[in-house]
Ligand binder design. Structure first.
Ligand code: ADP
Ligand code: ADP
Length: 225
């Protein structure tokens, strides 16, 4: 469960930008799929289609064989966890931000999720702890709040857009470890403009100018001659 398939997908923005040109790809559960490519390659557009924020201009996207068009958006939002580059924190406390989208969770659950996202120690040092306004945190801390939210919500499908973009080397390593734990029984897609960020991915899709230019394992792509 959690197999995503794009078949011959085109996407043209309302202003006429052709962002995706006849893209096909398969994204399997139980592994990390990395979507890499230069800025403007179309990576974020793919995520926006998977999240049903946009619909393909042509072609189809299937989740476990069912066309995404036939899914209701609420169902999708419940089962998909997103970590985006921007706008993943809203007004409210850290605790409220971590709880967002989860039902029937306790404060202990919030703490456990924060520990897994390697942010708990920093939160408890704040004067108001978990009651601190989340927008007072740094960019990297906010990203980890979004990751903690995913640990709590436990969605079957997880999309991460440059989740370690604002983090230092140590935090990046910590987040990679959290992600490694998260991938079991899940479909994880992680966007990066840099291969060094996603060295652990088992499935790498390289995009270039709205197309898939390469697809394979790390070995396939870098050890071939
Ligand atoms: P990325 O780091 O993914 O390359 P960008 O800085 O290119 O992000 O874009 C940031 C946001 O601005 C995107 O989410 C996209 O929706 C929007 N955007 C990018 N290019 C355009 C454009 N040509 N016209 C309108 N909006 C755009
Ligand atoms: P990436 O995430 O790989 O940086 P994007 O998916 O953001 O690439 O962008 C792919 C192409 O679509 C780029 O040419 C970008 O300028 C364009 N684009 C992105 N968002 C918008 C938008 N909202 N409106 C118009 N064009 C956009």
């Amino acid at each position: 469960k959690g197999l995503i398939e794009l078949r011959n997908v085109d996407f043209i923005y309302p202003n006429g930008n052709k962002a995706l040109k006849d893209i096909s790809m398969q994204i399997k559960p139980n592994e990390i799929t990395a979507l890499i490519g230069l800025s403007g390659a179309g990576k974020s557009t793919v995520l926006n289609l998977l999240d049903k924020f946009y619909e393909p201009t042509n072609g189809n996207i299937f989740l476990d064989g069912v066309d995404l068009k036939d899914f209701n958006t609420d169902f999708l939002r419940k089962n998909v966890g997103l970590v985006l580059q921007k706008n993943h924190i809203f007004k409210g406390s850290i605790a409220e931000n971590i709880l967002y989208g989860s039902e029937e969770k306790t404060f202990d659950d919030v703490i456990e999720a924060s520990k897994k996202a390697f942010i708990h120690d920093q939160i408890i040092e704040l004067p108001k702890g978990y009651e601190t306004a989340a927008n007072l945190l740094s960019g990297g801390q906010q990203q980890r709040i979004a990751i903690a939210r995913i640990f709590l919500k436990n969605p079957a499908i997880i999309f991460l857009d440059e989740p370690t973009a604002n983090l230092d080397a140590i935090a990046t390593e910590q987040i990679k470890r959290s992600l490694d734990e998260i991938k079991k029984d899940r479909t994880v897609i992680i966007i990066s403009h840099s291969i060094s960020q996603i060295i652990d991915a088992s499935n790498i899709i390289v995009m270039d100018s709205g197309k898939v230019s390469e697809h394979g394992t790390h070995e396939d792509l870098f050890n071939k001659k």
